[in-house]
Write a protein that binds this ligand. Structure first.
Ligand code: SF4
Ligand code: SF4
Length: 426
């Protein structure tokens, strides 16, 4: 017997969240189909159920049956358990909330936002991938989806600081900048933590990590559990207020940035007492101010724009600005920037084991994009994209190298030692 499904709870949630712009969206779809070819899931499967507009339908049904101006006519069909069963996979496994469909939609319908709130209705009904739900529960109970507790964070930071002889401050009393982590990089790509520390130290800012609020990924948001989303945001807000930080910097994680930058104030119900910057934006600003000095990097590589950092985050040009004049071997892929294809693992899809097959199919788009550049290295500024690509790289036995933007920057810091040597020789 399957899990009990609480259809009434799903309908209540749909109705509670379908107001304002969301009602306008469900009313305004022209059924023109233009969004289909923008979606990587439809592109690789050609399954009509994977068209973005189809993912609107559960919410549209609930709204039309009970909320729309004509609902009193009783023409709308009420949402059923069968509807929820049909759409569960579509709302979770085959939408990375990448926002690519919105840029081609003539009505500007924000499918990604609709999917995010639709997930709340599915979670309220007791539906959703178990591993995604477990990641959210882990975040609430242990501090992070991958079990990075405050003690593990401290151990990891001490180890990384010793191994790499770099100062990594944790729990300073006062700091201007609170730097956060994604547990993916802390557990799988710890060189990213070292790279961020080197960069922050190089640009000369008073910064710290905090064991009170460190995990910036928000699986509460991705799983449709707003209570957990609120806990995760509140931890970072409390930590930032404690140290008096004016800026919270989000590491290489796209969805972490999206939630903190665009949704966090609404989630906690008050204005954030600091500015939120993705590390790409923060470093670009430091470079503009002459505080980030880099030695040339001649190796050929291409850059994958993470959806939540470029298209939906606004840092597309900042990534290019960071590469300008430094990465002489950088080559753009096509399409790129705000039109780039998603890696296939955003929106929590990377955490869903049952979505692995479709993720691997989607990654073939990226393999073709990289092949067309003639480069052998694919750099990203999102550890979730990197993990998705690493996973598919292994599946396809793809021989290319994967890299991180902060790591290549940190590897090419110009600390002026060449000038010092020259001065000493004179
Ligand atoms: S947001 Fe992205 S993954 Fe979701 S339906 Fe639109 S194009 Fe597809
Ligand atoms: S492009 Fe926009 S209006 Fe057209 S079907 Fe898709 S969501 Fe509806």
């Amino acid at each position: 017997m399957g899990k009990p499904v609480n259809v009434a709870a799903a309908v209540d949630k749909f109705l509670a969240v379908t107001g304002g712009n969301l009602a306008t969206y469900v009313e305004s779809c022209l059924h023109c189909g233009q969004c289909a070819h923008a979606c990587h899931f439809y592109k690789v499967t050609r399954d009509p159920r994977h068209t973005p507009a189809y993912k609107l339908l559960p919410m549209a049904k609930a709204y039309k049956a009970q909320r729309s101006p004509l609902s009193w006519l009783g023409l709308g069909r009420k949402i059923t358990e069968a509807d929820l069963a049909e759409w569960e996979e579509l709302i979770f496994d085959t939408c990375t909330m990448c926002g690519r469909c919105t840029i081609v939609c003539p009505m500007g319908i924000d499918i990604a936002s609709i999917v995010a709130v639709s997930r709340q209705a599915f979670a309220a009904a007791g539906l959703g991938p178990e591993d995604l739900m477990a990641a959210a529960d882990n975040s609430r109970d242990k501090g992070s989806p991958l079990g990075l507790t405050p003690q593990k964070l401290q151990d990891r930071i001490e180890w990384l600081a010793d191994e790499n002889e770099v100062d990594i401050p944790l729990d300073k009393k006062k700091a201007d900048v609170l730097l956060t982590v994604s547990s993916i990089e802390t557990m799988k790509y710890p060189d990213s933590i070292v790279a961020m520390a080197k960069l922050m130290n190089h640009i000369g800012v008073n910064w710290t990590f905090s064991s009170k609020g460190y995990e910036s990924t928000n699986f509460g948001y991705l799983s449709g559990k707003p209570d957990i989303a609120k806990i995760m945001v509140a931890r970072i807000v409390d930590a930032a207020e404690d140290v008096g930080a004016k800026t919270v910097v989000i590491p290489e994680c796209g969805h972490a940035f999206g939630v903190m930058r665009w949704s966090a104030a609404n989630i906690i119900g008050r204005e954030l007492p600091f500015e939120v910057r993705h590390i790409t934006e923060y470093l670009a600003e430091a470079k503009r101010q002459g505080r980030l000095r880099l030695k040339p990097m001649p190796e050929a590589f291409t850059y994958h724009d993470p959806c939540q950092i470029s298209r939906r985050g606004g840092a597309t040009e900042d990534a290019r600005y960071l590469l300008e004049g430094f990465a002489t071997g950088f080559k753009e892929m096509t399409p790129t920037g705000n039109f780039n294809w998603c890696c296939g693992g955003g929106g929590g899809v990377q955490a869903m084991g049952r979505a692995a097959d479709v993720r691997h199919q989607v990654f073939k788009i990226k393999m073709d994009q990289v092949a067309a550049t003639g480069t052998n290295m694919l750099v990203s500024s999102c550890s979730n994209c990197r993990l998705t690509m690493d996973d598919s790289k292994a599946f396809h036995k793809w021989p290319h190298e994967l890299g991180s933007l902060v790591e290549i920057l940190a590897d090419h810091l110009d600390d002026g030692s060449a000038d010092k040597v020259a001065d000493a020789a004179e």
